[in-house]
Design a protein around this ligand. Sequence first.
Ligand SMILES: *Cc1c(COP(=O)(O)O)cnc(C)c1O
Length: 374
Amino acid sequence: MDNNLIFKSNIPVTRPKLPDFKNYTNKISELWDSRWVTNDGLFHEEFKEKIKTYLNVNQVELFSNGHMSLELAIKSLSLKGEVITTPFTFVSTIHALTNCGLKPVFCDINPEDFNIDSSKIEELITEKTSAILAVHVFGIPCNVEEIDRIAKKYNLRVIYDAAHAFGVRVDGNSIANYGDITMFSLHATKVMNSIEGGILVYKDINLKEKLKALKNFGIVSQESIKYIGTNAKMNEFQAAMGILNIEDIDKDISQRKEIHEKYIEILCECVETIRFKNNAENNYAYFPILLKDKITRDWLHNRLKEYNVTTRKYFYPLCNDIECYDYSSENTPIAGNISDRILVLPMFTDLNISDVKKVSEIVNLELGVYNAKI
Ligand SMILES: *Cc1c(COP(=O)(O)O)cnc(C)c1O
């Protein structure tokens, strides 16, 4: 352990990007005049337009958070039975299906991009299958063309959990152009945030009324409550935060890119790093590394704590290995292997390049010592 490399204050694994304080207070001061603080206010509409422009899409609805928007996306499609999904995701994906009365069927992942392995989807399709819920893990696009082909062949709906993927483009197009519905999370820890928040981008114009109503108790008009809805509206304070943050998003992503490149430059070859696809523009949402095995990963996670660096085993445990469910990870060995070996290093817009250099040096030093011992 090199005491000179210990950070004086903790380096978190992520940190919310906030706009200038004065800009935010100026923006929200209007709300004290109008007293219109939620239910499709002016900021809500302004934010929605900005998102449409940025993502270059037409049909968008905003929600209180990513999870509720995912649940309502599933609900709006009236799915039944089984949905093929991935175990290598945040629990939200699986809870959303379960809360809608659906059974998740876990497909193994691909070791290159950690996304659902599209070549293993077809063998899991039964007569009960109604949809595929895929996740663009760490902002890396799934094999969208192949998923599209399978969905067409078997008449399945496709929902993407793009919680990690705001701003990602595939072949020059927004990642939101694939599938029936795409969900983006605007949680504080995501690349683009509105404190909490969720976006659905959807293809079928007929879903508009339903999605709008579902987040507002199913109310279509004062005397017509057409759906069994919930409360999942985005409020004006969230929208104001979103409006200010989306103005800076390109700059934020380029800062993340610099951090990413610094890690790649300094980290030794003893760690495997994330691999991007050639046809995608990335958002540098996370910086995961893969270690040799679980023991090494857990050891490094603990060692970095001693240096005041927080890292995260993300995603570990797998969603088919968590105690609130009775599933098994037996049939998803690749996901099991990746989940045991993965460690996410600090990555956020304001992270100093000199700190990135230092974190990388600590990782190199500690792994060097560790590997020499065994
Ligand atoms: C963050 C996240 C969610 C949930 O989004 P919230 O906005 O936090 O509700 C869902 N899926 C994945 C993969 C996530 O990372």
